[in-house]
Design a protein around this ligand. Sequence first.
Ligand code: SF4
Length: 280
Amino acid sequence: TDFKSDKQPTWCPGCGDFGTMNGMMKALAETGNDPDNTFIVAGIGCSGKIGTYMHSYALHGVHGRALPVGIGVKMANPDLEVMVSGGDGDGYSIGAGHFIHAVRRNVDMSYVVMDNRIYGLTKGQASPTSREDFETSTSPDGPNQPPVNPKALALASGATFIAQSFSSNAQRHAEIVQQAVEHDGFGFVNVYSPCVTFNDVDTYDYFRDAIVDLDETDHDPSDRDQAKDKILESEKEYMGVLYQDEDSVPFEEREGVEGSMAEIPDGAPEGAMDLVREFY
Ligand code: SF4
């Protein structure tokens, strides 16, 4: 199955988003999905272009609002595989409120965040995950505030799946995203996806040296306390599934919700796909 569109990415050569997207496409194919049943929703930022570069249904929405759109798509047509993608600026600043509520709602979908700790598209301003002392055009002495810890935010909001990945580690990255797709509920993956143009601190070399693969430790992702300790260990960079609730029940399968989803008339998705092809 080919999830790659014929559009050439305009990302800077070497951008981490290439590896992040390749892993997403591989994970979708490995889980038996194809472009006709997959819907990518993206926000604004360099990451937001992904819906053009992938061959599937896609929507490039407004800044920070990709998650509620993705939830709406899934609620309207539960048969679709919905993957929402965005960046740290998009998801953890203007989109932070949506993030918390998407996590606690636990709709069966995945959310892949390309975290490069900088605003790339607007040319290098401090983002919510920028280091406290990172000198940028908008913070010449550093932001002087601690970065948002999205995994801690997710855990505190009742997440059922939290993972950390690294775009440069192709095989592991695809496996981690695959686990998020296969998870029964909201599969959240934060991906270190270096910006080679505007971030000279959180580089490939930094992550390669710093990252500890959880698969090489005795970490038990079903243990919430272990997950909490690792997530709050600010001096360490972990890669792998930090937390997974094996008993997770997706929102749409909960008593009182099941059966209340919208019914799509027969044949509508087929016609819609033809329209999308014609448009592009
Ligand atoms: Fe990638 Fe940074 Fe270039 Fe954007 S500005 S495409 S994040 S390298």
